[in-house]
Write a protein that binds this ligand. Structure first.
Ligand SMILES: Nc1ncnc2c1ncn2[C@@H]1O[C@H](COP(=O)(O)OP(=O)(O)OP(=O)(O)O)[C@@H](O)[C@H]1O
Ligand SMILES: [Mg+2]
Length: 495
């Protein structure tokens, strides 16, 4: 049942860019390993090699002492190695059950055995805590639900080695808890697990051992019980990481409201939501998955229907019909679904950056040099790590895609900024950079709204935090009242 892995001097190059430089380490069977490292360190690439999605440019992978060169993920799956992708990989137009069995359909005679597939899907969905009918289209799921489908799908494959690439990035504490219980069961069954995460508190909780990578190299490993979170952060970054949160900026004028929403109503998602955000304020939104936060803001910028409500920007009534109109008013919304709505992953970095502000670069012909200069500046300002400025967004590591999305949405220079899960998948060092950036934006007098599932982040960043539950804004907590316990109590309705 158990399975041991040895990486020996693994190299990987994408064209001229070397991303893995002779990585060697091994994994003993039946343990849970935390694989940590900064954005772009090479974690996902190394695991894709193990799971047959990429081929190494040099070096070997051995499984139970035998050198294996998987050419497809199917080969690796046949050997019991299953990867849950960081960037969700589902076919949107297919149903949950079709996605789960894609390429592994069960048949009875000539026909698909749909009842059997549906039944198996239902069991696995229950295991991960997703209570949706297996025939629901994936397109109709929210990001966290898609993540749970990915996990349930992997569970069908009877893995002996399971690689989870940031599986909890979109999950809330309750779902994360359930996932950890599932991991404990798998471990008891002898499954080896590689757990990649930037949430170091989770790495501390669930792993037996941590392995640190930096700049495409293996740095060190150690027992989790003997490594503090601070040590993990320092090892990842290669220096001392201090004070994650800057001091909250002082509001220039406590009474100046920049953005006001009255009685917003979003069919199926939000009722009677009212709040106001002052100029220079960082205003948070907490809540469980499905509480309606994302849908509320999608409706406010015209991405989905809103049947009632009044929006005021600097005292002026506005009614944006689509995101572009919202942006012209000076409101920008960075989606939590960066692959679906944030970035065009098959386009070049520079085209992503300037897409929303093309008029600045067209006089009337596109000034490609100015676009390239803007990209160079953004890469510097946001610390985007890329070996090649001409590459496509798809080639950036997950965290670096997030930084590019931020750069893109802030490029139009908005007055009201809504950031939905702005640090999802971002490493500790870059997280701190984003926190400082958010405070700098607020200090310039903008209103910044942060939707986040990380309570520590909301508490550290925001002046006030609104809590949504079941489509209603149930509480707004300000200075002196911002604690994890209170936020959880309001979010779950147990206060
Ligand atoms: N197909 C590709 N073409 C070119 N470069 C690539 C490709 N895939 C990955 N890279 C580069 O390889 C490096 C390592 O990326 P990888 O995705 O392995 O990082 P990671 O450690 O998983 O980071 P993160 O924490 O952000 O997910 C990055 O610099 C990335 O830009
Ligand atoms: Mg990755």
């Amino acid at each position: 049942m158990s399975l041991a892995v040895a990486f020996d001097n693994i190299e990987k190059q994408f064209g001229p860019v070397r991303v893995l430089h002779g990585v060697s380490f091994d994994l003993a069977p039946g343990r849970i390993y935390g694989l940590i490292g900064e954005n772009g360190a090479g974690k996902s690439t190394l695991m894709k090699i193990l799971a047959g999605y990429e081929r190494p440019s040099g070096g070997t992978v051995s499984i139970d002492g035998v050198v294996k060169a998987f050419t497809t993920s199917r080969d690796a799956e046949a050997a019991g190695i299953v990867l849950i992708h960081q960037e969700l990989n589902l076919a949107d137009h297919l149903s949950i059950v079709q996605n789960m069995f894609l390429g592994h359909e069960r048949r009875r005679g000539l026909f698909l055995d749909e009842p059997a597939m549906r039944e198996a899907a239902r069991t696995r969905l229950a295991d991960v805590g997703l209570h949706k009918h297996p025939d629901t289209r994936v397109r109709d799921l929210i990001v966290a639900e898609k993540q749970l489908v990915e996990i349930a799908k992997a569970m069908l494959r009877d893995a002996r080695l399971l690689i989870m690439d940031e599986p909890t990035a979109t999950l809330t504490p309750a779902e994360t808890q359930r996932l950890f219980a599932l991991m404990a069961r798998l471990k008891e069954d002898g499954v080896t697990i590689v757990y990649i995460s930037h949430k170091l508190d989770e790495v501390e909780r669930v792993t037996d051992e941590v392995i640190v990578m930096r700049d495409g190299r293996f740095v060190t490993r150690g027992l989790t019980a003997e490594t503090t979170r601070q040590q993990m952060a320092n090892l990842m970054v290669g220096r001392e990481v201090s004070d994650m949160f800057p001091d909250k900026p002082v509001l220039a004028d406590e009474t100046r409201v920049a953005f006001k929403v009255d009685n917003a109503y979003v069919p199926g998602w939000a009722q009677n939501v009212s709040f106001s955000v002052r100029a220079g304020e960082v205003f948070g939104f907490a809540g469980l998955v499905g509480a309606g936060r994302t849908e509320l803001f999608e409706a406010l910028i015209g991405l989905r229907p809103r049947t009632a409500g009044r929006i005021e920007l600097d005292g002026e009534n506005i009614n944006p019909r689509n995101p572009r109109a919202a942006m012209e008013h000076g409101i920008t919304y960075l989606s939590e679904d960066r692959k679906g709505r944030g970035l065009h992953v098959d386009m070049a970095l520079k085209d992503n950056l300037t897409m929303m502000t093309l008029e600045r670069y067209a006089h009337p012909l596109l000034d490609a040099q100015a676009e390239r200069d803007a990209l160079k500046k953004a890469v510097g300002d946001f610390g985007i790590r890329t070996g090649n400025l001409a590459s496509r967004a798809r080639m950036l590591s997950g965290g670096n895609q997030q930084k590019l999305a931020l750069a893109k949405f802030l490029h139009p220079d908005p007055r009201v900024i809504v950031l939905d899960e702005p640090t999802r998948g971002v490493d500790v060092g870059a997280k701190r950079d984003i926190y400082f950036l958010i405070h700098a934006l607020a200090a310039e007098g903008r209103a910044v709204i942060v939707i986040s599932s990380e309570l520590i982040e909301l508490i550290g960043l925001c002046h006030r935090v609104a809590v949504m539950r079941g489509g209603q804004l149930v509480a707004t907590l300000g200075p002196g009242h911002l604690t994890e316990e209170r936020l959880i109590a309001h979010a779950t309705g147990t206060h």
